[in-house]
Structures are given as structure tokens and as C-alpha cells.
Design a protein around this ligand. Structure first.
Ligand SMILES: Cc1cc2nc3c(=O)[nH]c(=O)nc-3n(C[C@H](O)[C@H](O)[C@H](O)COP(=O)(O)O)c2cc1C
Length: 342
């Protein structure tokens, strides 16, 4: 759900090296104990922690884990130990994309740290980048609860959060105080529910300007299924206009920042072709694929349960196939310089 990698289309790109521990027999005893520790941690999570947490409402568990993370990471020596253990500083993992150097290619997608409350702590857990948001100009409560549902049998989630956030200016306060300058922060921006699509550009421009000095790259999100009519902004004309407006602002800056477009997995190939030409026309840095899907098949969970959940975006394992198809299509058709993030 929360990791994404990037692909870069380069002619002479070497195949990525994959490092595998060959067998327990030819590795050092320290590695054996590390493997054992990993195995024990895995068992503890799968057999103890996860079954307990899954007894409670997912949104409450989300905020509970946030509080736990904040509490434990506020204890200096614990934070130091965690950061030492999990921060990935291996030069082999470094990636440079759109002029930004990431300490490793695994990041946290938008939606978890919407209000930029725990990005530093998450950075210390080893993520190469954190995408905060989606943020809107004004704070808004989002959709009525419950709005987040687990489908454990499918290893999936359905959410209809509806851009619940405290507003972009509130996030800026914390982002200004960022300590870890090596951690790449993406600013995912959207529009308020009450803003009509015709005026959406003003919302995106507001968020862009507010965040410019405190994030490293931008994501224009027009692909959430949970804000009524938002996805209509993915149509060629409104999308080109919107991205052009954001890029005008960007190009007025002394050092413009990479701007990405986050797309839905439900686009047809024809719509993806439009996206490809829009990327070229507007000269944005690339595409982030994909957001959650409004499709429901194929799921193994009880049909009545899924129907009772109702509207929302599906993410997790069942989305992987469609996301990969979108990525494949874009990868085959995007131009040399274009970037595709997953
Ligand atoms: C609870 C939840 C909230 C999300 N909120 C946002 C959001 O605010 N903005 C956004 O661009 N994507 C949001 N997403 C989508 C994720 O960033 C991601 O694109 C999606 O979950 C698909 O990836 P996955 O199948 O690996 O989870 C959200 C996803 C979930 C599960």
C-alpha cells in the first residue's frame, strides 16, 4: 500500500542487481541471528500484533499507531537506535530521479501522513521518501465514518476518506521545522470538496505556493475516487489547463521543483495515451501510477460484505495486476525522458 518504486526509461540501463542470501550454510553466524530475529519479528507481528489490531476499527488503529510511533520516537536513545538500524544509507540503494537524490527507492505513498505529522519518524524507519497529503487549501473533515474497511482475505483495503486533512497551512508549520534534510518530501495536493471543478486550479495553485519552500517535489492528485467529480479533471482539456497553470507558477521560481501527476488505474488505454501527450505538452516531470481503483473484481471476500461497504477506492493486492498493466503501458509508450513512479 505505501511503498512505491520508480522506473526510468534509459537505453543502456543495466539490469538491477538483486542481492540474495544464498543459504544458511555459507553465511556468517551474525547473519543467522539476524535472520532468526527477522523471523521472530515476523511471527510476532503476524501471530500476535496483527490479530489484536484487527479487532479494532482501522481508522482508530491508524491514529493509535501514530501516537505510539510519536511516543517511542520521542525518547532520544530509542530513536537513535531505530534510526541506526533502519535508515538505509547504502550507496547501492541511492537513486537520482528528476534531479532529486533518494537514499533508497522505497517511499511512503500519500494518505498515511496526510497532515505531515510523523514524516521525520517515518524517515527514521527507513523510507527513502515520504509523500504527505493529499492537502487542500482549507481543512476539511472528509467523509462520514466509518470510511476505512479491511478485506483481510484479499489483503486489501477500501477507503472513502475524502481528503480529510487540516489544511495545507497547518502542515507547512511542521514541514518548516524539518530536521532531516536528506529525507525527500513530496507534497500531494488536491482541491476542497466544496470547490467546483471550474475553480479547482485556484486550490492547486494555493497549495503549490504554500508548500513550495518546504517540499522537494509535487504530486497533482486528480485521481481520488472519494471527492465527487474530481476524476473528471483527468480529462484532456481540464488536466492540460490545470497542469499548465501549476507549471507557470513553478517556472516563475528560481529553481522549479519536479511536478508529477497521480493517475487512476481505471483509465482506458486511450485515456492513458492522452496522459502521455499531456506529460509531453506540459513538461511535467512524470506520472505516479496508480491511485486506488473503483473496480471490485476479482475479490474473494464475501460479496455481501463488499457490497455493504459501498463506495470507495480499493487498494492492496487486488490492485497490483491492474496497476502493473498501467505501468507497463506507460513504460512502453512514454518518451525517453519521462518518468514513471509506482
Ligand atoms: C486509507 C488510504 C488513504 C489514501 N489517501 C490518499 C490521498 O490522500 N492521496 C493520494 O494521492 N492517495 C491516497 N491513497 C492512495 C495511496 O497513496 C496509493 O496510491 C494506493 O493505496 C494504491 O497503492 P497500494 O495498493 O500499494 O496501497 C490512500 C490510500 C489509502 C489506503
Amino acid at each position: 500500500m505505501y511503498s512505491f518504486f520508480y522506473f526510468r526509461k534509459e537505453k543502456n540501463r543495466k539490469k538491477p542487481k538483486i542481492y540474495v542470501t544464498a543459504s544458511l550454510l555459507d553465511i556468517k553466524p551474525t547473519l543467522i541471528s539476524r535472520k532468526l530475529l527477522l523471523y521472530l519479528r515476523h511471527i510476532m507481528y503476524k501471530s500476535i500484533l496483527k490479530p489484536i489490531l484487527f479487532q479494532f476499527d482501522p481508522e482508530k488503529v491508524h491514529y493509535f499507531t501514530f501516537d505510539c510511533l510519536k511516543f517511542w520516537m520521542s525518547i532520544g536513545f530509542i530513536r537513535k537506535i531505530v534510526a541506526k538500524k533502519f535508515r538505509m544509507e547504502d550507496p547501492r540503494l541511492k537513486r537520482t530521479v528528476a534531479g532529486l537524490t533518494f537514499s533508497n527507492p522505497v517511499g511512503l505513498a500519500a494518505g498515511l501522513d496526510k497532515n505531515a505529522q510523523v514524516f521525520e519518524e517515518l524517515g527514521d524507519l527507513g523510507f527513502g521518501f515520504i509523500e504527505i497529503g493529499t492537502l487542500t487549501p482549507k481543512g476539511q473533515p472528509g467523509n462520514e465514518k466509518p470510511r476505512l474497511f479491511r478485506l483481510p482475505q484479499d489483503e486489501a483495503i477500501i477507503n472513502r476518506m475524502g481528503f480529510n486533512n487540516n489544511g495545507v497551512d497547518d502542515a507547512v508549520i511542521r514541514l518548516k521545522a524539518r530536521k532531516n534534510k536528506n529525507l525527500i518530501i513530496g507534497g500531494n495536493i488536491g482541491k476542497n470538496k466544496i470547490t467546483a471543478n471550474e475553480d479547482a486550479d485556484k486550490d492547486y495553485e494555493y497549495c503549490f505556493t504554500a508548500l513550495f519552500d518546504v517540499v522537494d517535489y509535487f504530486v497533482v492528485n486528480v485521481s481520488s475516487p472519494n471527492t465527487p467529480n474530481l476524476r473528471a479533471l483527468q480529462d484532456k482539456e481540464p488536466l492540460t489547463n490545470l497542469l499548465n497553470k501549476v507549471m507557470v507558477l513553478n517556472n516563475q521560481k528560481q529553481k522549479p521543483k519536479p511536478v508529477f501527476l497521480k493517475i487512476a488505474p481505471d483509465l482506458t488505454n486511450e485515456q492513458l495515451d492522452d496522459i502521455i501527450s499531456i506529460v509531453a505538452d506540459t513538461k511535467i516531470a512524470g506520472v505516479i501510477a496508480t491511485n486506488t481503483t473503483i473496480a471490485r473484481a476479482p475479490l474473494t471476500s464475501d460479496k455481501a460484505k463488499v457490497e455493504a461497504i459501498g463506495a470507495g477506492g480499493l487498494s492492496g493486492k487486488p490492485l497490483a495486476k491492474r496497476s502493473t498493466e498501467v505501468i507497463k503501458y506507460l513504460h512502453q509508450n512514454l518518451t525517453e525522458l519521462s518518468q514513471l513512479w509506482v
